[in-house]
Design a protein around this ligand. Structure first.
Ligand code: SF4
Length: 601
């Protein structure tokens, strides 16, 4: 309520008290609930009059209720003598543990997604009701929900129609499909077949499987290989999922509109299991993906399990285990080691970006990084003290001869999707290309983002008056900051930069773009990354926003960047990696050419 109050224009806040807003909210909620009950009554009355076959429209209300977006499709059904209803009109339905949709509804983190799946369950069970799903072109959340929807309908052996609305299709294009599906619905009803129910199981565990080989996604070969070592120290067998440019291309076969990283992970599992002759039944994918976030990440565990089952050939036996971001339920030492893996992997990459463009002997920094990765893997797997080993490693880096002083090239920061930023197979060697074009790259390590989000959450919780949670998060933030500072201090002579911290001014930037502290998705994070990086590196000359095919938040970010670019006076270039082999990074060469030329003029 406080948030609603504070979001009001200043003049309205003077004339309305928070108590009046609360009262208005209660009244409107009461009105809304009574209207909803009325809709259910109308459905029940009309269903009796509706004849044998009727259609329920499933989908997002802003698509189905809008006469432009829905292209008058409901009226087409009416013209064929079919009554139509919307999912909001259906009475609540019981979803038992054996219902075909129960796994999907349990794992679903979207409001409309949940409503669509519950409606699919109701329609599946109701003789004479048939679903028509209207989806908007390129909606990647729908790509997940549609997949679940199809499985629910298959379990109920019910025909259905899915129509994807785009800006080009005229209503005429849909007519043939509507006519034929009406016939199909009528035939199905006439057959009057009993509804067979097959419960498909897509079990995802929330705890690791002892005795199985844990497969770790490879979105950052440095950090993720150290995470494998952390699992080994915790008493598990672990293997990094291997990923090459061919993996990315091949993964397109598994993809029907979901975020591309998900299909890459599954394709990588297939290739890694084949290459190392592992038994699928003795392996388990680990996904650190349970998070309340406005993107598709929380759907990865269930969808990965489904994709493995659809792939078949034994891969359906690969288990999946998923944890919350905080890895609750796992041993504290394992959580600490995983955090240190992200931290040390991020620092290795950061040091590499600082030194490599200026090295005298080409390739030397890469060789030192590889030696450091192996040394840190051993250190984490055997439980050696990490700080002493890291000191040795930093000493090794400081012996690399340099031909030029670090910091003299234009700085280019890479922001965007976690899976793409540090994944050379996916981003086609972005850092190497940028260095070839004359840049010094600024990366955003995962631990940087975690601390940034934690700081944002503390402010958001404070605004909500949840002071106990504020204390818990503050304590965690302090622990992480203290650990990270120690390692930063060790590498200070190479990095020559202050430890990054985040003040109120950075979070205030969100307001300017009408984003609140409680917006937790990738777009809000991108804004915070830009403004916090600028605070830390005021001389950044170019931002590169990387994202994978079918990433919705990336499209929203891109739309906002037009305004942000003007505000900060620095170009932001978005690169979308679509799984094909076209050289995306080449578009950056002219930017670097002109930025470098401007610096020398
Ligand atoms: S950030 Fe984009 S690609 Fe990554 S999980 Fe979220 S929606 Fe998918």
């Amino acid at each position: 309520m406080q948030q609603i109050y504070e979001s009001l224009p200043r003049e309205l806040r003077f004339i309305q008290t928070p108590g009046e807003i609360q009262e208005a909210y209660n009244q409107s909620w009461g009105w809304f609930t009574s209207r909803k009950e009325l809709l259910v009554e109308i459905f029940q009355q009309q269903r009796k009059l509706a004849g044998e076959v009727a259609v329920v429209f499933l989908g997002r209300p802003y698509v189905i209720m809008d006469p432009v977006l829905n292209k008058n499709i409901p009226q087409r059904f009416n013209e064929l003598g079919i009554h139509t209803f919307f999912q909001d009109m259906l009475p609540p339905t019981e979803i038992g543990a054996d219902s075909p949709g129960s796994d999907f509804i349990d794992w679903n983190h979207w409001k409309y997604g949940g409503q669509i799946l519950a409606a699919a369950e109701y329609v599946g069970k109701s003789p004479g009701l048939y679903p028509v799903y209207l989806s908007a072109f390129k909606c990647s959340p729908d790509a997940f929900v549609l997949n679940y929807f199809k499985e629910i309908m298959d379990a109920y052996r019910k025909p259905y129609l899915i129509l994807q609305i785009d800006e080009h299709g005229s209503a005429v294009g849909y007519e043939t499909r509507i006519e034929s599906v009406v016939e199909t619905f009528r035939n199905h009803f006439r057959q009057n077949s009993p509804v067979p129910r097959q419960r498909a199981r897509h079990h995802v565990s929330r705890l690791p499987f002892r005795g199985e080989t844990i497969l770790v996604p490879n979105y950052d070969p440095l950090s993720c290989s150290l995470i494998c070592a952390a699992f080994e120290h915790g008493g598990f067998r672990a293997r990094l999922i291997e990923e090459t440019p061919i993996t990315v291309v091949s993964s397109l076969r598994l993809n029907d509109g979901q975020c591309l990283p998900l299909s890459c992970i599954v394709q990588g599992i297939v290739e890694t299991i084949g290459k190392y002759r592992l038994k699928p039944e003795n392996t388990a994918l680990y996904l650190n993906a349970i998070v309340q976030n406005a993107c598709n990440l929380p759907q990865y565990p269930l969808m990965a399990k489904k994709l493995l089952e659809q792939r078949g050939d034994g891969f359906e036996k690969v288990k999946v285990f998923a944890s919350e971001f905080e890895m609750k339920g796992l041993a504290l030492e394992l959580i600490h080691d995983v955090y240190c893996s992200y931290l040390l992997g991020g620092l290795l990459r950061k040091i590499g970006c600082r030194l490599r463009p200026y090295e005298s002997n080409s390739g030397q920094t890469e060789r030192v990084i590889e030696g450091a990765r192996l040394r840190l893997s051993r250190c984490i797997a055997t439980g050696e003290p990490k700080e002493a080993v890291f000191r040795e490693i930093v000493a090794g880096f400081s012996r690399i001869p340099l031909a030029d002083r670090p910091g003299t090239r234009p700085k280019v920061a890479i922001i965007g999707d976690l899976y793409v930023r540090d994944n050379e197979a996916f981003n086609q060697g972005l850092i190497a290309d940028l260095e070839k074009y004359g840049a010094e790259v600024v990366i955003v390590p995962f631990t940087y983002v975690i601390r940034l989000i934690l700081d944002r959450d503390i402010r958001s919780l404070w605004e909500d008056g949840r002071y106990i949670s504020v204390m818990g998060n503050k304590l965690l933030a302090e622990v992480l900051e203290t650990a990270e500072r120690r390692f930063y201090q060790v590498s200070r002579d190479i990095l020559h930069e202050d430890f990054p911290t985040f003040d109120d001014a950075i979070f205030d930037c969100l307001k300017k773009y009408h984003v609140s502290l409680s917006h937790g998705g990738e777009t809000a994070q991108n804004i915070l990354k830009i403004f916090s990086l600028l605070r830390h590196y005021p001389d950044i000359a170019l931002f590169i926003h990387v994202n994978p095919l079918f990433c919705c938040p990336a499209l929203v970010s891109e739309a906002l960047f037009k305004t942000i670019e003007k505000d900060i006076g620095i170009p932001i270039v978005s690169l979308m990696y679509d799984g094909t082999t076209g050289r995306q990074n080449e578009t950056l060469a002219p930017y670097l050419h002109y930025i470098t030329r401007a610096r020398t003029e």
